[in-house]
Ligand binder design. Structure first.
Ligand code: F6P
Length: 482
């Protein structure tokens, strides 16, 4: 792959573009900014620079030409139906996702999926190589694009290349299962800086490199001695790694939650739930990593034990539809449908549901109102790179109210130590923790919430992006600027 340089000083490559294509009933289409943290994190970093973003346009449609939006060049990559099945649903979400999340469901290793992953990563690398100006900074995101750093370096050694993993990086005992694990590591080592959510993730990556590639490391720098390598080339490389935990836009969430319309809506939500004494809330993508089944089990037992009863207590569970064509997600959906049905059959009264279960996604305003309406937010993943819902909850609670039950297997638990931490596998412990959070004295709850808010305010998404880019800038083995 040989490329002529482009004109953009800062290029982002992520599986998805920061916009979604919305098709109206009359067939007309327009772009709408995607919800989610990455877009708001990147925006201030990209403004004022010649910036471009390469990503999948989302739907299998005809070729869409690059276009400008808010001063940023958006470069859509189109995937065919088969490419979506093999690269996105297959290798990204049936192989890497379960493998990187502690093998909660068994990963599937299929050679055809790996071949598609290599091909699509090549297309991302080619698109970035064409767009990037001499000496430009490139920020690659997440597990879908782990081969792009080396592919890009081979074409454009002048670039400063960073990669950030939004999800966990597994211990080598699990990572070693991946038949193409060595290629993935060599793909990543093309970057100057590799960012992870937690120090443990960075450590897992360094140990995998040591055991599977024979690299050495000094502090946070991995050294590759150089070899006749098709991905990495013959030159020795020094690659910096580090933990840079992602965050949210605290100010915009805090301001949104203070708006009178949102506060009014929060009261309306409580009223429509029958004004219970305690509203428990769960907000997740419908994903097996999120521990929704364990949470429902604990809630069901609390009702069965008589520790909680309707109409005093209700659980409002929002499950956003996700990856609906992947089998494990379909199975999870029917399991949860069954669990919710059983709990409601056993414990609801007329007009007093034990569980309100909503399989929808909601706009930010509604999310802020839900957070304000909840007495206890239950965040109980079995494994989660970060969990931004926990941070959004803290940012929304300008009133100092609310309690957060938080799994110790989330990245967020390392920062939000004032939450009620739990092990979601331990159902007895989880039940006790939920009851503790419900029964804690309001003054003590307020102290916890204010401390969590302080943490998220001082470590917001803008600070995250700055820290990341500073680390990338300071990485060893700086390329020569053209
Ligand atoms: O956190 C990992 C991630 O892939 C995010 O990048 C993304 O927003 C989320 O999970 C949802 O995944 P998908 O893009 O597959 O819908």
């Amino acid at each position: 792959m040989v490329s002529a340089a482009g004109t953009f000083d800062f290029v982002v490559a992520a599986n998805r573009l920061p916009v979604d294509r919305v098709v109206e009933a009359d067939g007309s289409a327009h772009w709408q900014t995607s919800p989610g943290g990455l877009v708001s994190a990147m925006d201030p970093v990209m403004q004022g620079r010649r910036a471009a973003w390469v990503g999948w346009a989302g739907d299998p449609t005809d070729e869409i030409a690059p276009f400008d939006r808010d001063g940023i060049r958006l470069h859509p990559l189109m995937l065919t139906v088969t490419e979506i099945q093999d690269y996105y649903e297959g290798f990204s979400n049936e192989t890497l996702w379960p493998l990187y999340h502690d093998v909660i469901v068994p990963p599937r290793y299929r050679r055809r999926w790996w071949a598609a992953y290599e091909r699509i990563n090549t297309r991302f690398a080619e698109a970035v190589a064409d767009l990037a100006a001499p000496g430009a900074t490139v920020w690659i995101h997440d597990y879908q694009l782990q081969l792009v750093p080396s592919m890009l370096r081979a074409a454009r050694p002048d670039l400063r290349i960073g990669w950030f993993n939004h999800i966990p990086f597994p211990p080598v005992e699990l990572f070693g299962q991946l038949p193409w694990g060595r290629s993935v590591l060599r793909g990543l080592l093309g970057a100057d800086f590799l960012g992870f959510q937690r120090t443990n993730d960075a450590g897992n990556f360094m140990r995998a490199c040591h055991q599977l590639l024979g690299t050495t490391s000094t502090g946070d720098v991995v050294s590759w001695a150089g070899a006749d390598d098709d991905l990495l080339g013959a030159e020795p490389r020094r690659v910096r790694t580090g933990a840079v935990p992602i965050s949210i836009d605290f100010t915009s969430m805090d301001e949104l939650a203070r708006e009178p319309a949102v506060r009014h809506r929060a009261a309306e939500i409580r009223a429509s739930l029958g004004d219970p004494q305690t509203v428990l809330l769960g907000v997740d993508r419908l994903d097996y990593t999120k521990g929704i089944r364990h949470r429902l089990r604990a809630i069901s037992e609390l009702f069965a034990d008589g520790e909680i009863t309707t109409p005093d207590v209700t659980l409002l569970q929002i499950a956003t539809p996700s990856r609906e064509r992947v089998r494990a997600y379909q199975e999870l959906r029917s399991q949860i449908d069954g669990q919710v049905g059983r709990i409601n059959g056993d414990f609801s009264g007329i007009g007093a549901s034990a569980v309100h279960y909503l399989h929808h996604s909601y706009p930010r305003e509604e999310m802020a109102a839900l957070y304000l309406a909840a007495d206890v937010l239950l965040v109980t993943p079995l494994r989660d790179g970060m969990n931004l819902v926990a941070k959004e909850y803290a940012a929304s609670r300008w009133d100092g109210g609310g309690a957060l039950v938080l799994s110790e297997f989330t990245g967020a638990a390392q920062e939000l130590s004032q939450a009620f931490l739990c092990n979601p596998h331990d159902i007895v412990g989880l039940k006790q923790t939920i009851l503790r959070a419900m029964r804690e004295d309001p003054a003590a709850l307020r102290k916890r919430m204010l401390a969590m808010r302080r943490r998220v305010r001082t470590h917001d998404v803008h600070a995250w992006a700055r820290r990341y880019l500073d680390a990338l800038e300071a990485a060893p083995g700086k390329p020569s600027r053209g």
